[in-house]
Design a protein around this ligand. Structure first.
Ligand code: ZN
Length: 131
C-alpha cells in the first residue's frame, strides 16, 4: 500500500508530517511492519527529530545554513545548490517500525518534511509494509 500526500511549503522549514504518516498506517490496517516515508524531490528531504522544543528545528536550520552556505563558485544554473546539499545531507527517506498499528517513535520524535527551497508544492509518499 502506498499513500501519497501533497504539501504546500511557504519557505525553508521543517514541516511536521507525523500525523499524515499515522493516518496512512491506520488506513492500511497493518498491525506489524514498517512505514517508509519518501520524498521525491532534490531540494527537500525527510528526517526524524525532536518535536517538543521548536528551537531544535530553528537550530537545525541555522546549522545547515552555516554548513552549506551559498557560494559564488557553485555552477548549478538554478542557483540553489545549497538547497541540494542540505537535501542530500538530510536524506530523502525515513523508516519507522509499526507495532499494533502504531508508529514506534521515541517520546520526543516527530517525522519532518524538510523544505530547503520553498515556496513549492511538494509531494511525499508513505509505503506501509506488512510483516
Ligand atoms: Zn537546482
Amino acid at each position: 500500500m502506498i499513500y501519497k500526500f501533497n504539501l504546500n511549503t511557504e519557505h525553508e522549514n521543517f514541516y511536521n508530517i507525523t500525523s499524515y504518516v499515522r493516518q496512512a498506517v491506520m488506513e492500511s490496517g497493518v498491525q506489524n511492519g514498517a512505514a517508509v516515508v519518501f520524498c521525491p524531490h532534490t531540494t527537500a528531504g525527510i528526517t526524524i527529530n525532536e518535536n517538543a522544543d521548536p528551537d531544535v528545528v530553528t537550530d537545525l536550520l541555522y546549522a545547515l545554513d552555516k554548513t552549506y552556505p551559498h557560494r559564488p563558485q557553485f555552477k548549478h544554473a538554478e542557483g540553489n545548490s545549497s538547497a541540494h546539499l542540505k537535501a542530500s545531507s538530510i536524506g530523502s527517506s525515513a523508516t519507522v517500525i509499526i507495532e499494533n498499528n502504531c508508529l514506534v517513535l521515541g517520546k520526543w520524535q516527530g517525522i519532518y518534511f524538510a523544505e530547503f527551497d520553498g515556496p513549492r508544492t511538494r509531494t511525499f509518499m508513505v509505503k506501509v509494509l506488512r510483516d
